[in-house]
Design a protein around this ligand. Structure first.
Ligand code: GLU
Length: 306
């Protein structure tokens, strides 16, 4: 398949739509300033072939796409013990909802909603302590094959205005479901959301997900086992795109993880990983043009897990 032609075609077809619909996430002030008229797409095959189009080298705030990598790090460190305090069911609720936490005694529905990612951050902090942020950067830089960093302005902006997340962490703490100080857990969570990466870097870094866990830069030690990788992909398909996961499975048919910064990572198991980015998001928090691009990719390439 000529992947470069495929991505060029998607870029050409979607570019006229830039800025027409949707809005950048404005509840995080630093994200509200991102110029809306941007679109990037990049992929990397299991064999290492790369293709990219549009603003694929522009770094953006990966936001909830980071939940994929903190989950991966936590599974590496803790194995199945991670699941003692996190369920694996779609929530069917907005990503920052407090509703289910009350009836389910502070145990989040899945690791990809905010409450679940805060619970994962708590476990990372218990395991790595003060090295948690550096540990995350090291893993990501190793996966991407180049240095990855935090956007300090976005992290500070989230810290100053993330009242929902502050409420979620304190609520879980009240149920005895966080081991660490809520403020320390939130500091890690806000930093992971503020990771800056481009579509190209994300398509590379997520490469283990299409290669049964093998390291995308060829390191001997796998990132995850084959079984763990299958399970992360299953969670992406069922829970990775907020309360639109059913619609994503229906329209695209690939495991995906999105973020309110407008990025979406998708996996075609045994074939490739793909990342799309466009900052305007829909009411669920998924990139509007990113979703359209993935739909075009799946229909034009015929690639889907179904
Ligand atoms: N930092 C965002 C928040 O916690 C992440 C949300 C997202 O990308 O889903 O609200």
């Amino acid at each position: 398949m000529d992947f470069q032609a495929l991505l060029d075609g998607i870029d050409t077809d979607l570019r006229p739509e830039l800025g027409r619909e949707g809005q950048v996430a404005s509840y995080i002030p630093a994200l509200a300033r991102v110029p809306v008229a941007q679109f990037g797409i990049a992929l990397r095959t299991c064999a290492g072939e790369e293709a990219a189009a549009g603003d694929s080298a522009v770094p953006f705030s990966i936001q909830s796409v980071s939940k994929l990598f903190t989950l991966t790090l936590a599974i590496r460190l803790l194995g199945d013990a991670l699941w003692e305090r996190i369920h694996r069911e779609p929530s069917g609720n907005p990503f920052n909802s407090l509703l289910q936490l009350e009836s389910e005694q502070g145990v989040p529905r899945n690791p990809f909603i905010n409450a679940g990612a805060i619970a994962v951050a708590d476990r990372l902090l218990s395991t790595l302590g003060a090295r948690a942020k550096d540990g995350l950067l090291e893993m990501l830089s190793g996966l991407a094959g180049e240095p990855i960093g935090f956007d300090a302005e976005v992290a500070a902006s989230e810290g100053a205005t993330g009242f929902r997340n502050i409420a979620l962490a304190n609520f879980m703490k009240s149920f005895g479901k966080l081991d660490n100080d809520a403020a320390a857990v939130l500091d890690l969570y806000f930093h992971q959301c503020a990771l800056r990466m481009s579509c190209r870097q994300l398509a590379r870094a997520a490469g283990y997900l299409c290669r049964d866990g093998a390291h995308p830069q060829g390191q001997a030690e796998p990132v995850l086992s084959e079984r763990q990788t299958r399970r992360v992909n299953a969670l992406m398909l069922t829970c990775g795109t907020y309360d639109a996961a059913g619609e994503f499975a229906y329209r695209i048919g690939l495991p995906c993880k999105s973020g309110v910064g407008g990025g979406i990572v998708a996996v075609v198991p045994d074939r490739l990983t793909l990342c799309v980015w466009s900052p305007a998001v829909d009411a669920s928090g998924n990139s509007l043009l990113g979703t359209r691009a993935l739909e075009l990719f799946a229909s034009r390439s015929g690639l889907s897990i179904f």
